[in-house]
Structure formats: C-alpha cells, structure tokens
Ligand binder design. Sequence first.
Ligand code: GAP
Length: 442
Amino acid sequence: MATPDQMDRVVNLCKRRGLVFPSSEIYGGFRSTWDYGPLGVELKRNVKDAWWRSMVQLRDDIVGLDAAILMAPKVWEASGHLATFTDPLVDCRSCKERFRADHLPGSGACPNCGAKDSFTEARHFNLMFKTFVGPVEDDAAVAYLRPETAQGIFVNFANIQTTSRKKPPFGVAQIGKSFRNEITPGNFIFRTREFEQMEMEYFVPPGDADHWYEHWCQERLRWHLDLGIPESKLRLRPHDPEELSHYSTATSDVEYEFPWGWGELEGIANRTDFDLKQHAESSGQELTYFDQENDRRYVPYVIEPALGADRATLAFLLAAYEEEDVANGKGGTEKRTVLHLDPRLAPIKAAVLPLSRNERLTPIAEEIAGALRPHFMIDVDSSGSIGRRYRRQDEVGTPYCVTVDFDTLDDHAVTVRDRDSMTQERIPVDGLVTYLREQLPW
Ligand code: GAP
C-alpha cells in the first residue's frame, strides 16, 4: 500500500533524476507549477502516445483535433462555464488561509490553524483564467484560457463531421493544455493550475447513449490496467446526483488509490446533447446529424472520457515505484529502487553500458548505440561501477541494459539484462535490434 512517505520518495526521485522539477526553482518556485525534465518529458509523451494510439490510431471511428487554447468568449457563455464553473471559497478569519468549502473537514476546524467556526460565508469563485487579447485591456478584449479541451471539439463538430464523413457513433480525440485557477492545488502534479488533458467526445444516437457510457467506462478502466496499474488500486465510482457537472446526467470516475487515499484519475461522463444544443442556439449554426438511412435529423448525445496526462503520469509513477532488497553479489543484500514501468511508458528503452572506459570498448559501444538509436530512446552510460549503473537505470525504469564487455570483441555479442527479473542473456550484436523489438511491444 502506498504511503505518504512513498509520495515523498517519488517526488524526490523525480527531482533527483530529472523527471519533474519545481517550476521557476531558481526564484523559489511558483505556486504549485512543475516542469518536466529530460526523462519526465519522455515519460509524459509516452503516456500521451499510449492514449492516442488506443483512441485514434487503432480505431476507425475516432479522429483527432488540436484546437486553439484561446477561443471566442461566447464559447464559455454558451457552455455554461462563465456562470457555473465555480468553486465555493471560504477564508479562515483567524489565519486568513483560503479553502474550498466542499473540501473542509466535518469538524468545522480550520485545517491550517485549528480555529473553530472561523470561516467566512462561501463565495463562488470562477476557475477560468482571464486575459486580454490585443493591446487594450477593456471588457471587449477579455478572453479566457480554456478550462477543458472539450469545447474545441464541440464547436468544430460540423467541420469534423463533414470533412471526415464519420457517422455516429464516432469520436473526436484531443490532447492539450487546460488551465484552472484552482483554489487549492497540490499533491505534486495531481492538481495544478496548468495541466494537460486527454479528452475524447464520442457522438452517438441519443437512444444509444447509455450503452456507450457503459462501454467507455469499461474500456477506460481496461486501458489503465493494460498499462500496469494493479487492479487493487483502481475502481470505478459513479457520481452521486449532487456531484454531477452542470452538463452531465451520469458520470463515473476511474479512481486510483493515491498515497493520501482514493482520488479521481479520469472522468467518464454522459454529457447528453447539452453542449451541441447550447452552441447551436448561441451561434445560430446547425449542429445536428442527418441520418439518411432512417430519414431523421438529430442532435447527437456525447459520451466523454477525460483524463489528465499529468495525473495519469503520477499514477503510473506511484504504481511502478518499489524499493526492494536484492543480493549484492557478496553474500549480503542491498536496497534497489526500481520503477517497474510498462516498457511502453519507460522514458529510456535500453541503456548501453561499456564495462569500462577502455579505448577498445568505447567505439563498439558507440556503434551499438548508433544502431539502436533510430529504433528506441536509448542512453549510454560509462561512468561508475556496472552495479551502480544498473541501479541508475533501474530507478528510472529502463527495461533493458546492454553491457559491452571484453568478450564482445571476440564473440560479437552483448549481455542484455532485464530490469525486473535482473536475469542476463547473451545476444549477438547483429540480432540486438530484433531481440529488443520482440521484447518491447511498440
Ligand atoms: N471535459 C471534462 C472535464 O474536464 P474534469 O473531471 O474536470 O472533466 C478531467 O477533468 C480530468 O482532467 C480529471 O479526471 C483529471 O485527470 C484532470 N484534471 C482536472 N483538473 C485538474 C487539475 N487541476 N490538475 C491536474 N489534472 C486535472
């Protein structure tokens, strides 16, 4: 079971090994913002690629979109975000700290200073970031940073449907940044004000909405399991009616058991025809589908699985993290930290390790690295003992280490070590790409 202590260890590992850094760190950091370092950017890209592959590449009923972050302000009026995308905010009169009213403990005590019944009345605080487009900062120039990527899909419904000639049921997938002025960001990359979403809007005939809602709940659960989240750490939780967003008649969260308890990883919502109808009314454009076979025109219902790329990355990191005792080769044991990441998500797929910096080994190691590079993200590490180098790769989840030793000079083979089992196999250099291709799913 993950503990808060484990969270600290993962955050430390992320900092120490270049996965995630506090943003603007040389200025003391900036309010729960984070930067993905050289290994983190690979990990998050792999998470997004895994999502895109399963949603778009492997299906013929879903197409992609990359819409602008800045959209006409009318979009947010029509979508209901200007009026209702708010959190109830209270201040503690004693310590002046701010909280979300719906996140306060039942005891009525301030979580910061412990003062009893010290909160102000709840005020509704809109989560959208406001900015100005152009040089004049007046009401006519106001624009918002999108708080969800979904609206870019809804306003492009007719463009996409007519150009792709898809018929319901069909979907549109999008990955991109969203922004929310969260009152209480925190827990590392779990809740931030700037984050990436992976959202898919699946347009269906209204009568089929319940079926597709169930389908996507199961399909999305399966995706997380397939990429290595253990079943015991995942659950599907249907929302109570009072929890539902203003646009939804049914929502379920895929929840992960984070070190602080169960938390939302992904939401799957039945958004009905709410968004298309609102935009049709507000823009005066027709956003319907004409079903020729049945000679009827309708506004499709929408089933939406929406996952945060950062939150998913955190869950994969936590689920993969392990500290274990292993034999140290001297009759005792030592600790090894290992990320058992699914190889598809691992930032580096293989590390080439020349046994020493000997002048006869270096050129062969470089040649092997050069042969692997077009196929996989690889690393070359020649500093420190081989044992230390294995540990360095283990803790960032590299599935395979390829050791080049003096025998390589004669037998033209290398030792390939498996991260999880730590077993080693001798593989001919000529067959190395094929061997790794077979081990690494894609
Ligand atoms: N379009 C629907 C929608 O945006 P949501 O439940 O508000 O629904 C979907 O967000 C997912 O986006 C969440 O399940 C979570 O993974 C991610 N997410 C939402 N707010 C976030 C935040 N402040 N920081 C990081 N991820 C966030």
